[in-house]
Design a protein around this ligand. Sequence first.
Ligand SMILES: [Zn+2]
Ligand SMILES: [Zn+2]
Length: 258
Amino acid sequence: MEIHILASGSTGNAAVFKFGDTAILLDAGISARRIERGLAEVGMRAGDLDGVLLTHEHNDHIKGLDVFIRRHHIPVYTRPGTWEKLPCRHGFPPECCLEIEQEFNVRNVGITAFDISHDASDPVGFSFIYGGKKVVMATDLGVVTAGVEKALEYADAVVLEANHDLDMLENGPYPRFLKQRIKSSSGHLSNINAGRLLSRINCREGMRVFLAHLSQHNNHPDLAEKTVRRFLIDSGHEVGKDIILHRTAPDHRTSLAL
Ligand SMILES: [Zn+2]
Ligand SMILES: [Zn+2]
């Protein structure tokens, strides 16, 4: 199993998960050219993808979708409510527009879509089961719900949002309404709440956690990692052994083979 986070952050999100010879692109929030370049870096081409999964319709998750799908005709999977918000679907071949239910498969990979609390039409996180391993994509979480917590349990690897530091957000450049939106229960998860979540879930030893979707204005990778680490240590976890933290970046790739 391979995880390649091509880009992560408030400016654009795309990741490739590879399960045996099944390859899935998660979100297409960077340009088609950047997706193609990211695939090439890991020895893949667009034609190797078995599907594109979309979490929701915000621009930082679909920026490159239109061009990428019209160019490569890869099947796209998302919820009906998200399709409705994507006018670009009219330019896609009909067989590329697939509606998902709670449980579905892409080839031999079992996938569960779980609700997330975020101000989009019908946003989802995804958990993947393959070869006895579980990998979870959980970003754009306004608040941690029981469903999110359950999805993360006993995962081998998690891409988890650590969007902002509360002080940086409060003292940062954003207008008040935007600060409120980010902090709200349908906005984004703070470093503190990401740390709290990880410190209390049932986890498998050696769980890999990618700290993802960091705000460029309201967070810093050092701060995100330090905050999450503090919660883990305070709750008796040995960081680097029980839970292994990885950083992600908006402008370069992070890869891991499991
Ligand atoms: Zn969003
Ligand atoms: Zn986002």
